[in-house]
Design a protein around this ligand. Structure first.
Ligand code: ADP
Ligand code: MG
Length: 626
């Protein structure tokens, strides 16, 4: 029998498979099962249009048989089969289309092996087999043919015997090598696991002979081995079921089976879309933060199925970064025909699905916020930080999507509130949305800077996370209201008339403040009478864009550029301490220096900023004690 040569492209793909160092060789089974399922689909569709054909569901299945002694693994189906020409054309001339060129290019470019992520097809059998034999009889034909190949040097086709319509693929499994075990592809449990993993939701039964042990009849404590044909796959995927058929427990079990997380999901979203793109999806919002979530090891993504066949474990394109906590899967029929062949085309479909999914997640979160506040707060505790990163990232491109999902602790409500809630209860004379930053709620409560705003009866949002202020700066406004830090130089609040110093007083103070400023030199931009302090003697505020809190965050970053806020030391002229300052200014310049330094360092401490020289500071304190 004359050996025929593979077409050049096919040969290259084949060589790639044979020499594949890809660790996930197990996907060959997925590929062959998916081909078998396609072949049954074809007969099914034919039966729909051809009255002479009847499709009896029981007659259609895929069978997997392992023979350890012969080292063969057989995948047979009762699908449409192939004629001699089809064997030649379909198996001899594979991958002429764009997708192969695409795959190769990518593989070469970044060394990233995409085999195993997308449909690689029939030739993947050569990753595990030395010889591949295909015996097929096409629907409507009396004769069968055998196609056989040992790899890149070609294939043979000859007549064969086959009783029934369909295809049988026999793999002669490779011998184990030093580095690799191929034996496992003959092991029942392993094959079962592979089928479960990738092909659980194939619509037709995947049968296998499974051995078990049972008590021997008539004999105590004796067992016998028996073999029984089992259907390994569950066939109907949960995501294709009607929502009304499913219970919360079904979803929870699915989440657990899939190992999306070890917690219980907080919420699930079941989508069956048949608009511009047709897809099914089950998405989960986890309850707790995965331990690696806020690290760069964490990989976002959803499982991607094409018509029930898993083609990608984590498709990152399906989720925006700010929703990277979402787990789950997407199954689309629209991807099925294109996925392995027309990569670029399917890309468009994926984008559509991704956009759709993003909107669904957003809507789900919004309704949770509205109707299940407690649950939402729990979610927010775990993933709120990611939403804030989302507002900040990409130069604020997603802020419209996210701003209504944000929450901050409120000075008035003593709990988390939304921006919408804040703005809706702002008194008419309040110009800004006020916020205060600090390490914790307790610390912020004690911040002197909050006094005036609180006294005015205005609500203050507490920012306790590094990202908070950055995100808000990106937001700039909410419902046309600007955000204002309680530490900013101008609060937009006029002090009550009684608190205002007279002009004479003010010019007298000015000299004192200038003297203090020259003592502190460039540590501060200026020293001035505070308009916001009520009971505290001093505080720091910042002029310009960089706030004191931002300075702290930036300082903590690697390769920080030593960006500093323009600090203003504010003095409460109604405080007793001010009298001491005035006395010192009039009588004792050394004392003024001592007091000024003390007050400045106190202000730093209140802000949680480091004191430049703690020893000097403690010495200063001792000086006033003696
Ligand atoms: P794809 O499935 O993406 O078309 P494959 O390399 O997996 O690419 O298969 C190539 C072709 O071989 C299929 O399109 C199909 O026509 C044919 N084929 C493979 N396996 C079978 C089978 N079990 N029954 C019938 N036809 C098959
Ligand atoms: Mg295929």
């Amino acid at each position: 029998m004359a050996k025929k040569q593979f077409k050049a492209e096919s040969k290259r793909l084949l060589e790639m498979m044979i020499n594949s160092i890809y660790t996930q060789k197990e996907i060959f089974l997925r590929e062959l099962i998916s081909n078998a399922s396609d072949a049954i689909d074809k007969i099914y569709y034919k039966a729909l249009t051809d009255d002479r054909l009847v499709f009896n569901k029981e007659d259609y299945y895929i069978k997997i048989t392992a023979d350890k002694a012969a080292r063969t693994l057989t995948i047979s189906d009762t699908g449409i089969g192939m004629t001699k020409d089809e064997l030649e054309n379909n198996l001899g001339v594979i991958a002429q289309s764009g997708s192969f060129a695409f795959k190769k290019e990518n593989e070469l470019k970044d060394g990233h092996n995409i085999i195993g992520q997308f449909g690689v097809g029939f030739y993947s059998a050569f990753m595990v087999a030395d010889v591949v034999t295909v015996i097929s009889r096409a629907l409507g034909s009396e004769e069968a043919f055998k196609w056989e190949s040992k790899g890149a040097d070609g294939y043979t086709i000859e007549p064969a015997e086959k009783e029934t319509v369909g295809t049988e693929i026999i793999l002669k499994i490779k011998e184990n090598t030093e580095d690799e075990r191929f034996d496992e592809f003959l092991e029942e449990y392993r094959l079962k696991a592979i089928i479960k993993k990738y092909s659980d939701f194939i619509r037709y039964p995947i049968k296998m002979n499974v051995t078990g042990h049972r008590p021997k009849e008539g004999a105590d404590n004796e067992f016998e081995e028996y073999t029984e044909e089992q259907t390994v796959n569950s066939m109907v995927p949960i995501w294709r079921k009607n929502k009304s058929e499913l219970t919360q427990e079904d979803y929870d079990n699915f989440y657990f089976e899939k190992r999306y997380g070890f917690d219980k999901p907080l919420k699930h979203i079941h989508i069956s879309a048949d608009g511009a793109v047709v897809y099914h999806a089950i998405l989960f919002i986890p309850e707790s933060t995965p331990f690696d979530y806020y690290t760069k090891e964490y990989e976002k993504g959803l499982e991607l199925y094409s018509n029930g066949v898993l083609i990608m474990n984590k498709s990152p394109e399906l989720l925006p970064d700010y929703f990277s906590f979402v787990k789950g899967m997407v199954d689309s029929e629209d991807l099925s025909l294109n996925i392995s062949r027309e990569m670029l085309q399917h890309d468009r479909q994926l984008k559509l699905i991704a956009k759709n999914i993003k909107n669904k997640i957003k809507a789900q979160l919004q309704s949770m916020l509205k109707d299940e506040r407690e649950k939402y707060e729990q979610f927010y505790k775990s993933f709120g930080r990611q939403l804030k990163y989302g507002v900040y990232s990409d130069y604020g491109a997603h802020k419209e999507d996210l701003q209504d999902l944000l929450m901050f602790y409120s000075s008035k409500e003593k709990k988390l509130v939304t921006l919408e809630e804040y703005v809706s209860r702002m008194p008419e004379d309040q110009k800004y949305i006020y916020y205060a930053t600090g390490e914790s709620i307790e610390r912020i409560e004690k911040l002197p800077q909050t006094e005036l705003v609180s006294d005015k009866g205005y609500e203050i949002l507490y920012f306790t996370e590094d990202i908070d202020e950055f995100a808000i700066k990106m937001l700039m406004t909410y419902k046309e209201k600007e955000f204002k830090s309680v530490s900013s130089a101008d609060l937009g609040i006029e002090p009550d008339a009684g608190d205002k110093p007279s002009d004479a007083e003010e010019s007298g103070n000015k000299e004192l403040f200038e003297a203090m400023k020259s003592i502190l030199a460039d540590k501060v931009k200026s020293v001035k009478a505070s308009k916001r302090l009520k009971s505290h003697p001093v505080c720091l505020s910042a002029e310009g864009e960089v706030t004191i809190e931002m300075e702290k965050v930036l300082k903590a970053m690697p390769n920080n550029q030593d960006i500093k806020a323009d600090k203003v030391l504010e003095i409460n002229v109604n405080h007793e301490v001010f009298q001491s300052l005035k006395d010192a200014y009039a009588r004792d310049k050394e004392k003024l220096k001592l007091y000024t330094n003390l007050l400045y360092n106190q202000a730093l401490l209140i802000e949680g900023l480091p004191i430049q020289d703690p020893v000097d500071f403690t010495n200063d304190i001792c000086k006033i004690m003696v």
